[in-house]
Design a protein around this ligand. Sequence first.
Ligand code: GLN
Length: 498
Amino acid sequence: MSALTDLTIAEARDGLRAKRFSAVDLTMAHLHAIEALNPRLNAYITVSHSQALDQARAADARLAVGPGGQAPADLTGIPLAIKDLFCTQGVRTTAGSKILGPFVPPYESTVTANLLRDGAVLLGKTNMDEFAMGSSNMTSAYGPVENPWKRKQDNTAVLVPGGSSGGSASSVAARIAMGATGTDTGGSIRQPASFCGLVGVKPTYGRCSRWGVVAFASSLDHPGPFARTVRDSAILLRSMAGHDPKDSTSAPVPVPDFEAACARGVKGLRIGVPKEYRSDGMPAEIEALWQQGLDWLRAAGAETVDVSLPHTKYGLGTYYIVAPAEASSNLARYDGVRFGMREDGSDLRDQYERTRAAGFGPEVRRRVLIGTYVLSAGYYDAYYIRAQKIRQLILRDFTEAFAKVDALLTPTAPSAAFAQGENMDDPIKMYLNDVFTVPANLAGVPAASVPAGLDANGLPLGLQIIGKPFDEETVFAVSAAVEQAAGFNALPAIRAEG
Ligand code: GLN
């Protein structure tokens, strides 16, 4: 049997049900691996050792119910990592920010409550860019995260895991979690998945509740899973998803069996190739991988069709107006009175200013400034209203494309993982990481990243599959076909050894 930390979630589910090992064994194996690797990777901000063991013992009790009893829920005894943006009752939740350093939520987010309902073991809270603002995990107040993958040519360079869900991606790649939650506002699940050789899924807006998820940009924030296989990501999403009356934007629609959808195949499907994603500066190996992906899907019985998403070029500009606008409003609540840290001042206003100046890092301050600027009287019409209009046009592009095709295939990111310190001199360079991912957030449509190959340096590259609203099943079917054809089995240099 392979090491417990190498198992997929589906394999571990079978092993637990067959009593080949216990949930406590599986959890202990992960906690030991975290102890060994986390000091270097810095993937977890908080490890919830004792809660995880309690949950594992409870899982073993559920698994002990013999034949004839009800089969335990899918995630019973499966150890997972949780992005530190999800509130977890009694477990510190920082959002990667100093301002929430002392915050211990008195309640559980709906997504983590769903995972716990289904028996999951929560190992701890993962590092992330501050308030999910970033593409490299370099903006975290808790230090950078290391990507467990190494360049073949220069294995001393420390690479970023992507962001903002960098700790979740690093932990799953390094096998110190079997799967993880993330959030994706402009690409924060898909881009780190691509950088770390993982599957990452951003479902349709409204599919997973945002209740108890620290807000960045409410109309763009999407919780979703990271896993090492498409099937595992389907198992996780099925548990995380579902209507939640506590989130007014949560969709009252049933949750399909995403795992079953992975086996559907792509015969007869029409796969769109948006010509606007063929940007001039795209590295040749990413372009080649994209063509390869289309060949794989054709060989599996799909038809590929050229489509146009003409407003794609406005995606990033629109995102960097809407997201900071919403963030500046959401972050107004951190005033030193109700949550987290406080810096005393001479009066209330002075206290607000000192608390926010001491508590927020430079990227968050930049976003608050941009956001308040685009919302200010005089600029509101020129920026915010115009961005909202373009957002509608971007959505219309997708609607028109999906009248002709069932899903779209594109690259996930314009590069493989870069080194810590690279792209730091100019915020615009960092923002360009999301050029292929933000349109799906602006439109709210589901999208996944699947590891499809390696670059010349031996680093993973992902392909993105974008689907129709609430048609994650087709996204999973296409993702599984890409995964099968790619046969991606490369391993990161740093990983738990059983
Ligand atoms: N990198 C993008 C940003 O910095 C997206 C982040 C995200 O999806 N949370 O805003």
